[in-house]
Design a protein around this ligand. Sequence first.
Ligand code: SF4
Length: 222
Amino acid sequence: MTTKIAVNEVFETIQGEAHYTGTPSVFIRLHGCDVGCPWCDTKYTWRLSEGAERPLAEILAKPSGQPTFAWATAEELVDVVGRYRARHVVITGGEPCRFDLTELTAALAASGYTVQIETSGTEPVRVHARTWVTVSPKIDMPGGRVVRRDAVLRANELKMPVGKPADVDKLRSFLAEHQGGPQLVWLQPLSRSQKATALCIEAATANGWRVSIQTHELIGIR
Ligand code: SF4
């Protein structure tokens, strides 16, 4: 049976964060998330309401920031990605791992793309073996979802949103509890505030981590 995936938007840009920073990419933003991060900048993807379903062509043509979505197959999405020039595909959300992404990531890899997913780690990661997995662990969020150990162990990199010193403490405890996870750990200053950025630089320097700035926002692109 062909899996259908809820898609909120597809667009081409430069990946602005972490390992693939600077890479021209096609972003596939999936719809649906129940993690509930208070500072989430894609709240419009949270609810899969029936009335918000639209044909795929309409979703591809709409402006960003709308709560509408389309159900699409892996085959349809590979066709959509092929209309762009970038050869790297980022599957994000919402929480993309609410869906089984094995078929989509395998089809993209078979078509010659490098493929990355960005997940909160609260759902099983079902992807093709060559997929680069970025886990941005959302710890103690209002949705009450727990970051899964198997997601952390599958990750190629961790990217932790940091706004205050307590976030760094949480990350330290989290890493101690998840030994065997990726060596590549990024701190990402929330809202790129000066205070959060200074904190990230200090903590990264002290712990052998790295700082990920949302560079796409610095240059005013999506
Ligand atoms: Fe938003 Fe991502 Fe948090 Fe979901 S996991 S609420 S999409 S930031």
